[in-house]
Design a protein. Sequence first.
Length: 204
Amino acid sequence: MEGTTVKNPIMLYTEQTPNPESLKFVTNKMLYRGTADFREEALAQEWSPLGTELFKLPYVKGVYISNNFVTVTKEFNYAWEDIMFKLKEQIKGYIEDGKVLISDGFAEAMAKIEEETGISQEYSEEDAELVKKIKELLNTYVKPAVEMDGGNIEFKSFKEGIVTVVLQGSCSGCPSSTVTLKSGIEGMLKRMVPEVTEVVSEMG
């Protein structure tokens, strides 16, 4: 047996997301503590060997890696039944081989870009307590549900009663995310924080 490496068997199953173009591939292993959203191949080539591999496939449009799952967004002219098995095998094999999914320094690099482009959180000093409450509500009630759907939501700004959030993963470009945002998230925040008048979203 010397010289051979034993693969760690990985369980991997798929879950539907509210976005018909995105599918969630869930494993029994922590893949990445944080969120890594790759909308274009260039960013994946720089920071994610797994993302780079998946983008080589003609039907992959986006790759999102967080916790124990990978959400793949496909090009609309392909059907899941034709590509799901191949994707599943590729992701499973990649993880079993113990290859690097996200390169070191990714989170720091993204934080720096956000700072430089002004995407980092924006709110005035007098709204700090309100923002703290809004973020707590998002983290406690919204984030876990959104993660189950293969996506992510991040607070971006609060100004004159308007909360701006960033949607990532399967939530980005999802037809039902607008409904969820308006009927669910906006309704809850208005009830819990009367100062909130509206919730709007940007794509991450």
